[in-house]
Design a protein. Structure first.
Length: 304
């Protein structure tokens, strides 16, 4: 009867599908065999409860609402690597986006985190998040009109693995433009350029200054999503079913370690006092078998 956060299991053999209203987003995997059928993840329903927490995740990515500059966000993602040794996307970095499906996943995460209505003005940071795309060539001068927007050079831009976005991109209209301004850095006034990328809730890309502060998305690729709302076990199970998920199943020490990594990332690494403060614990999908009189038998089984 305790009110605890809940933990969800979402990764499947064929991946999962995000639905936002009438639109279905296929964000599948082929290398993470957990369940035998795809899961349908209802982003709109999830947003009704997840807008209240500071960290939200899908199977592929994890979004942090804390505003950071590009390099601060990059460092924060790298800090997670000790807890996220299970990831299948290589180093834990800012989000790499190699396809339209992955890009839609980023957009869906922003909707889940901040709600389904556009917030504030066009460049309100609640509508944007950092990803791991940066410009590494010809990035210290003003561009000519022949080098901007539709004439941009993919070879000048790289993802975390060193690849360029030559095969797929989704720039906002008339972007990238490598706008410039002057900033005070280490006491000196210097010229800076828009050489880093944020993605908005429509999945559109915009180049901006590394000093811009906003939410950020890290590569995740884990099985577990933590929801910090405190509910009873039966309500947790109901929430999971509503979202198209299940309560978490933990079958090994490795999965238990992964569970702890997801908890630390979402709830924070510091324990609340006292030890059995509900904020230190999450529900998983294990329950005791009851006899005909409603008494516990001492036998515990997964909820399925």
């Amino acid at each position: 009867s305790e009110m605890l956060p809940l933990l969800l299991l979402i990764t499947t053999l064929f991946g999962y599908h995000l639905t936002m209203g009438t639109e279905e987003i296929d964000v599948g995997y082929n290398n993470m065999p957990i369940l035998s059928n795809p899961t349908y993840l209802d982003a709109r329903k999830m947003s009704r409860i997840l807008t209240q927490q500071n960290v939200v995740a899908t199977c592929r990515y994890m979004l942090f609402k804390a505003y950071k500059s590009f390099y601060e966000a990059e460092s924060a993602c790298a800090h997670m690597k000790d807890n996220w040794h299970f990831t299948t996307r290589g180093e834990v970095t800012l989000a790499d986006v190699y396809s339209e499906e992955e890009n839609k996943d980023i957009a869906a995460l922003i909707h889940i985190a901040f709600g389904f209505h556009h917030l504030g003005g066009k460049y309100d940071r609640r509508n944007w998040a950092w990803v791991n795309l940066r410009k590494t060539s010809n990035n210290d001068r003003r561009l000519t009109d022949d080098e901007k927007a539709d004439n941009w050079n993919p070879a000048d831009w790289v993802w975390g693995n060193g690849s360029s976005p030559a095969s797929w991109s989704n720039w906002m209209h008339r972007m990238p433009d490598q706008a410039t301004k002057r900033e005070i850095i280490n006491g000196k006034r210097v010229r800076v350029y828009q050489n880093f990328v944020m993605v908005n809730r429509r999945g559109l890309w915009d180049d901006t200054y590394q000093s811009m502060r906003g939410p950020y998305v890290c590569n995740y690729c884990g099985k577990y999503i933590v929801i910090s709302a405190h509910v009873r076990w039966s309500k947790a199970e109901e929430h999971c079913q509503t979202y198209g998920l299940t309560l978490a199943i933990v079958n090994s020490s490795a999965e238990n370690a992964e569970l702890m990594g997801a908890m630390n990332a979402t709830l924070g690494e510091d324990f609340a006092s006292p030890r059995f403060n509900n904020s230190n614990w999450v529900w998983i999908g294990v329950k005791e078998v009851m006899d005909e009189e409603g008494l516990g038998t001492g036998t515990w089984v997964h909820h399925d």
